[in-house]
Design a protein around this ligand. Structure first.
Ligand SMILES: [Zn+2]
Length: 231
């Protein structure tokens, strides 16, 4: 088998008869070429060289993302509603987590990154279902808008912190629990205000401000720091 390379990096080659054209992909810094069976290796090499600038750019971007991603094998604190919880890992057969005031104990099989991430995700999602849910219901009942809210859901989304539909369903990205409490409260005020105004009109922002007077500061915080709230 011919080994394809680009600047000493091995390239994964996937041949398929279904393909009509050559495609170039980069996933987690692994370059992959997909091509029909009949395309010669020399042609693939030419194609890869014609995409050099793109490859350099994408690989640099991905390298940056990887260094920004916290590594829990070295990271021993996690942000949680404005606090830093000390993470302790207890290795054994028992799986799960327990939180105390300033501490989160993870019961884990091993210290493998994906396994630890899975437990942490479960911790944040479980807390979100309690904290965000209750805060939202409290606010909605203060405003006497119970009839407007139909459902609250939790998801980890890439680009959005919250969402509200015309049918009154609010959705939160549970990673928001990594933010300070006033930022969390701002997000809730924002989504709840959409129950009345399904837009970002002046009336909408007036509603947000009436609920959460420091909304401008917290909104800015989220804009500036939202990208750091990652697991
Ligand atoms: Zn909005």
């Amino acid at each position: 088998m011919t080994q394809l390379n680009w600047q000493q990096q091995p390239i994964k080659l996937v041949r398929s008869n279904k393909r009509k054209t050559i495609g170039l992909y980069v996933k987690e810094r692994q370059i992959e070429v997909r091509a029909p069976h009949h395309v010669a290796v020399s042609e693939l090499t030419d194609f890869i060289h014609s995409k050099q600038q793109w490859l350099i750019k994408v690989l640099a971007e991905q390298a940056q993302q990887i260094t920004e991603k916290p590594d829990f094998s070295v990271r021993r604190h996690i942000p949680f509603i404005g606090k830093q919880l000390k993470v302790q890992i207890v290795q054994g057969n028992k799986l799960g987590w327990r939180d105390e005031d300033e501490r989160l104990i993870l019961y884990a099989k091993n210290q493998e990154k994906n396994h630890i991430h899975h437990l942490l995700a479960d911790f944040y999602l479980t807390k979100a279902k309690y904290v965000l849910h209750n805060k939202t219901l409290d606010l909605v009942s203060t405003l006497n808008w119970q009839h407007k809210l139909t459902d609250i859901r939790f998801r980890r989304t890439k680009t959005k912190w919250g969402h509200c539909t015309a049918t009154g369903r609010i959705q939160y990205n549970w990673l928001i629990l990594m933010a300070p409490e006033s930022v969390i409260d701002y997000l809730i005020a924002h989504e709840v205000s959409h129950l009345k105004h399904l837009n970002h009109s002046e009336q909408f922002w007036q509603q947000v401000q009436a609920i959460h007077p420091s909304y401008q500061l917290d909104r800015k915080w989220l804009k500036d720091n939202g990208h750091t709230l990652v697991l």
